[in-house]
Ligand binder design. Structure first.
Ligand code: MRU
Length: 360
């Protein structure tokens, strides 16, 4: 296994973290291997972080941003030069890491924050190179710590929308594995669990990469939350049975008009929810709201390799040479979104009017 550190699910899984800083390198939980194996990869270069993001070893909007922030520090950790040269290296690393994935705006938000920190540090003419580096590392650590606090607040707000015994459906994984801790859409389930409030969670398996089955069902089950796994095409059926009183999902980017990009299949769930009169909630940190993108049409949607559909997990399930379309995300128009839950509170339509107020 080289420099990898391995544990197994039979050992303690509590406290799993998508990424964690380990004195001189980044440890990244390889989420492609979950739920079967728990493997932390030891990353020492921005190239390794880029690769980890691109190939879904780490995934989920906030976790991608946190990883990239540490990737920026890794780019300068052993660099020589004065603070102006280090700032240049930071800028270069940010441009490079920004090419890892296109949709989640948290990636660009975190990189902008690292660039901003470097710019302000470089203004101090007397600052030693070593102090510059340490301050950049602290910024990445701070981004991660803030995300944990943010997710807890999102969970507290979201929980006010739920009542004892409700059935709540979620899609993809917007949990602790996608963030620093708690998650966004899954945060209220953890807080409900802490308070002894019963909720019944239904997790869509989330084709083609199965974040719902491999990650959401895994982390909720580990925490003792009442979770039932269903295939994506069963969501309508469980709604029609009256088992679902709310849907809550995360998002990779919220446009200024309230359109939301999230894992492919989210739009279908939103349409089903509307057809059944079920509220459809979106939970996200403020760093996912992109007021510079006017509508969902301008959100860049990542397309991934056809193998995810035709030979997912090593088994060929489609004929060789068949045409494949594999967008990783879709856009749910704002008309389907009942409310957006952030760390600052719950936002209702009109999003065009109310989202900017969050930032004022
Ligand atoms: O392709 P992924 O696994 O990175 O997609 C993740 C999602 O779509 C999540 O729902 C989103 O990033 C929100 S995570 C809090």
């Amino acid at each position: 296994m080289g420099n990898e550190q391995v544990t197994t699910p039979s050992q303690q899984t509590e406290g799993l973290q998508s990424v964690r800083w380990a004195s001189d390198h980044l440890e990244m939980l390889d989420q492609r291997l979950l739920p079967e194996e728990i493997v932390y990869l030891q990353l020492r270069t921005p190239e390794e972080v880029w690769e980890g993001i691109r190939h879904l070893k780490v995934r989920g909007a906030p976790a991608i941003g946190i990883s990239a922030a540490f990737g920026v520090y890794l780019a300068i950790q052993h660099a020589r030069g004065n603070t102006a040269e280090l700032r240049e290296a930071v800028e270069k690393a940010c441009s490079y890491l920004a090419t890892s994935r296109p949709t989640a705006v948290n990636l660009f938000w975190a990189l902008d924050r690292m660039k901003g920190k470097a710019a302000s540090l470089a203004q101090d003419a007397g600052l030693e190179a070593e102090s510059f580096k340490q301050a950049m590392l602290q910024e990445a650590i701070q981004i991660q710590a803030e995300d944990e606090e943010t997710c807890r607040l999102i969970g507290e707000h979201a929980l006010t929308l739920f009542k004892d015994g409700m059935g709540v459906l979620t899609h993809c994984n917007a949990g602790g594995l996608a963030t620093a801790k708690y998650g966004t859409a899954l945060a209220p389930f953890y807080l409900a669990q802490e308070k002894g409030m019963p909720l019944k969670v239904f997790a869509d398996e989330t084709r083609p990469v199965l974040q719902g089955a491999r990650l959401t069902a895994f982390e909720l089950q580990q925490a003792g939350v009442d979770v039932t796994l269903i295939c994506d095409n069963m969501a309508g059926m469980v709604m029609s049975k009256g088992w679902i009183q709310a849907v809550i999902v995360g998002t990779d980017r919220v446009a200024a008009n309230g359109d939301v990009a999230n894992k492919i299949g989210t739009y279908s769930v939103a349409v089903l929810a509307k057809a059944h009169g079920i509220p459809f909630y979106v939970a996200c940190p403020m760093s996912t709201i992109d007021l510079n993108t006017p509508t969902g049409k301008e959100i860049p949607i990542e397309e991934r390799h056809e193998d995810e559909i035709t030979v997912g997990f090593g088994k060929r399930t489609a004929p060789v040479g068949v045409k494949v379309y594999n967008p990783a995300f879709d856009v749910t128009p704002h008309e389907y979104v009942t409310a957006i839950i952030t760390e600052k509170g719950i936002v209702y339509p009109s999003y065009q009017e109310n989202l900017p107020k969050l930032f004022s």
